[in-house]
Design a protein around this ligand. Structure first.
Ligand SMILES: NCc1[nH]cc(CCC(=O)O)c1CC(=O)O
Length: 313
């Protein structure tokens, strides 16, 4: 008897080294979960506009959509069966035809500081490279004497710029470094004191909402705890009406059967900060939305001008 052909799938990803590492991880987990050869999942790299434009801050040139636009088109056209993304890079408002098929087990959520042992150890007036409004605001809140300069490019490019002395220090996500095998680079910052970005360290796999075969295939690698945390953080972000100019930091934890979510909003210059926390049942995504409304109600105008509130569409 000839055994049936194992299922074949096309996995879409960006081409950056980090995106490729995430794609390999997703493929390995799927192959293991289904007992099939990795070769049955074909990795299809797509060049994203965000990767083509390197000289301007992401927020200036159109934000997170730059990472998903091409993969969305390939997915809806049926050129790929699913797309692997950093959850952090995926907008909160997504096309209706696209669904989250799985969230992989989350990596370490912490940021690392490269170039100094801690934020307090940065020299007076240090020049710090980052293009993330959250990291810039967090830094300036703690260290108004520092100067933030725009810093883009993939992880290796940023580390090379730092080594060349273009800046005194930079921030990177520990998860990205770990996935690239760059372990031991920089100094991890305490996640309670330096809250990460929404979705940080999570890999999100998207497929066509009406593609039952792929949804079932992806469900085998879905990590319920990671999914709950990521959905809560995305619900908070959606209710804030944040965009890529909006400095927002968030940490989700678990206490028994409950989730806790702690979030901070900043003015871009770091002068203003408002923080709040709530505990809720994991399936109650109205709780992060209520926290968002509470934060906006308490925030000064220097913060609220950067948030539009919940989308009405
Ligand atoms: N915006 C780029 C990006 N998207 C995801 C990661 C790291 C991995 C992750 O947070 O999942 C990074 C690089 C960084 O922030 O250092």
């Amino acid at each position: 008897m000839i055994p049936p052909d194992p299922p074949r799938f096309r996995l879409g990803t960006r081409r950056s080294p980090l995106a490729m590492a995430q794609a390999e991880e997703a493929r390995a987990r799927l192959a293991a979960a289904h007992g099939i050869e990795a070769a049955h999942i074909e990795i299809v790299p797509v060049t994203a506009s965000g990767d083509r434009i390197q000289d301007r801050a992401l927020a200036e040139i159109g934000g997170k959509a730059l990472w998903t636009k091409e993969l969305d088109a390939w997915l809806t056209a049926g050129e790929i069966d699913f797309a692997v993304h950093s959850a952090k890079d995926v907008e909160t408002i997504r096309p209706e035809a696209i669904a989250i098929g799985a969230v992989l087990p989350r990596e370490d959520v912490r940021d690392v500081l490269v170039g100094a042992a801690s934020v307090t150890a940065l020299p007076q007036g240090a020049i710090v490279g980052t293009s993330a409004p959250r990291r810039a605001a967090q830094l300036l809140h703690a260290r108004p004497d520092c100067r933030v300069v725009t810093f883009r490019g993939n992880v290796a490019t940023r580390l090379a710029k730092l080594a060349a002395g273009e800046v005194d220090a930079t921030f990177l996500a520990l998860a990205g470094l770990n996935r690239l095998g760059e372990t031991g680079t920089g100094h991890p910052l305490d996640a309670e004191a330096w809250l990460p970005a929404p979705g940080q360290a999570a890999i999100l796999i998207e497929c066509r909402a009406d593609d039952a075969r792929t949804r079932e295939f992806l469900a085998a690698v879905d990590d319920a705890l990671s999914r709950e945390a990521v959905l809560a953080e995305r619900a908070l972000l959606a209710a804030l009406g944040g965009n890529c100019h909006s400095p927002i930091a968030v940490l989700t934890g678990r206490e028994g059967a409950m989730l806790t979510i702690r979030a901070a909003l900043y003015s871009p210059d770091g002068a203003e900060r408002v923080e709040g926390e709530t505990a809720f049942a994991a399936d109650d995504l109205t709780a992060p939305a209520r926290l968002a409304a509470d934060l906006l109600a308490r925030a000064p105008a220097a913060i609220t001008v950067h948030f539009s509130g919940p989308a009405t569409s």
